[in-house]
Design a protein around this ligand. Sequence first.
Ligand code: ADP
Length: 488
Amino acid sequence: MKIAFISPEVYPFAKTGGLADVSYAIPVALAGRGHDVVIILPLYKSVNKERYDLKFKYWDLSVPFNKENNNAPVYETLHLPGIKTWFIESEYFQGSNGQNRDAYTLYSDDPVCFAFFSKAVIELLIKSEFKPDIIHCNDWHTGLVPVYKKIYYQNNDSLRETVTVMTVHNAGYQGIFPKEFLQSIDFNRNIFNADGIECNNKINFLKGGVLYSDIVTTVSKKYSLEIQKEEFGHNLAGIFRGIRDRLYGIPNAIDKEHWNPSIDNYLEENYSAYNITGKSKCKRKLQRHFEISENIDVPIIGSISRLTYQKGIDVLAETLDYLFQDDDFQFILIGSGDYGLFKQYERLKKIYPDRVGIFFGYNEELAHTIYAGIDLFIMPSRYEPCGLGQMYSLCYGAIPVVRATGGLDDIIEDWDPYSKRGNGFKFKRLTIDDIYSTLRKALRIFHKRSEWNSIQRNAMSFNYTWDEAIVNYEEVYRKALSGISIKK
Ligand code: ADP
């Protein structure tokens, strides 16, 4: 199949979170299975043109948008194996408002950027020699691609046979904008209604993508059910219920080339489930790095996260206040996003300088070092569509302690000492009590060596790779192509 994969961020060119990893892994796995894949993303200021050897593909792509013909040069790199990656350049992406944002909130105050990008994607596909069978869109930023395609390019010969697939990586971010922007993104009021892109009297990009694409996927089975409920659907639960016959949950997976402690170049010493001794060295290195007490017998709890309300780290900070008084452990956090949330941890660092290590910012190498050095990985998310952190931590033998929601619930099986099954610890409610008691249980078991070794072995045997996951995407693509009729 020919697949155009459209995403606001793709590793390694632009990454602020899990979406970039997934937007790298799916195309690479598809190409590995013989599909013809093109990735398209915006050319942000931060993309390093020299490092990735970007070459001009078209200098004269013209995009009719907001009553003007906009010139949008296109660059190409062959940096990813077997894949053409195209970057669309435009003054719309040159603003400084991208700084310190994660992918979900990037340009979330400016509807025009990603509306323009979405239209430019279609113009680029029409202009290029690449005629996709599938346009695979990801999250709200690309939600208008199926909408523009349907409204403006219905009769275009190049795209007549092309179907659209929309993946919802996080329904909590929808691209919601005042209706006054309708004209500047090339729509009129005909589409601003319950069957179109209107939601609560505002423009909603994600809703457009969901209603106008042929098939919708989310990133775990549990989440595909959760978003049909008011609590998780963020005002779109009814919309998701309405398309449930073309809604599929396909769990994300692990890229074993980048997330594998036996070959990871960032680590002090490599290790595996068969020989885990190197993990102690990684732990010492981590303790030295954060200048906390160097002692491998003290368990380290770690968190690597976007700092946002979704991740539940506000309740975690409150819990740690109590736990530090009652148990012997260290805590490490790296995160970017809301500095207000980070301040709670700065406070803890002041009180327990030898036991707490924190870093505000994004750092890929440090993230690898942390997964390798910690013993327990905590993810107390309010909701979690899939989550990659818990999968990476499994691979690195850092036992996940998670709230039972979305992909966390799908992937983590609670440890049962009798059957010796389970790869982590789960709690139900996002409360101080639940987090406290689950972490205390995990800390207790850390000191029972044989039990701990069993959990670690179970965790490190996690082997759900993209090769497996991709078969499900192929199936969905085939369904879309076989003419499942679009609701609109
Ligand atoms: P989300 O996509 O909601 O941010 P995921 O768990 O799916 O959450 O993915 C998060 C990804 O981003 C993981 O690869 C994690 O290691 C990485 N990550 C998050 N914050 C940071 C950070 N501050 N520095 C480095 N990596 C980070």
